[in-house]
Design a binder for this molecule. Sequence first.
Ligand code: 5GP
Length: 113
Amino acid sequence: MKTIFEKIIAGEIPARIIKRTEDWIAFYDVNPQAPVHVLIVPTRVIPRIGEAADSDSVLLGNLLLAAQNVARELGVTESGFRLVINHGSHGGETVPHLHIHLLAGRPLGWPPG
Ligand code: 5GP
């Protein structure tokens, strides 16, 4: 069974794609929680951060750099942004395909709800 994000990566489901490489894709979240809400998703499925392995370290680093890169391209580096990874039910995870949320465009409250 493909995850919804694998279907987006394969082009089977439309998405507003910002950028893609062999290793990751960045696209706008369909249900934005901030004026800028982008998902950075590895093309290779790791279900969730708690299941990442030592051998995933390069990919994980590249995802953070990708998020930083997309933030700069969208012009939110100066105003600020937040990166979020949800793990498991208490973490709010709904799609079992690791992804980083990039949220920006308004002051974000802390602590999160
Ligand atoms: P999670 O809750 O797992 O951390 O985040 C999953 C995110 O994926 C949610 O913010 C949700 O709005 C987004 N999402 C779910 N289905 C789709 C879809 O089909 N297209 C896009 N662009 N985003 C989706």
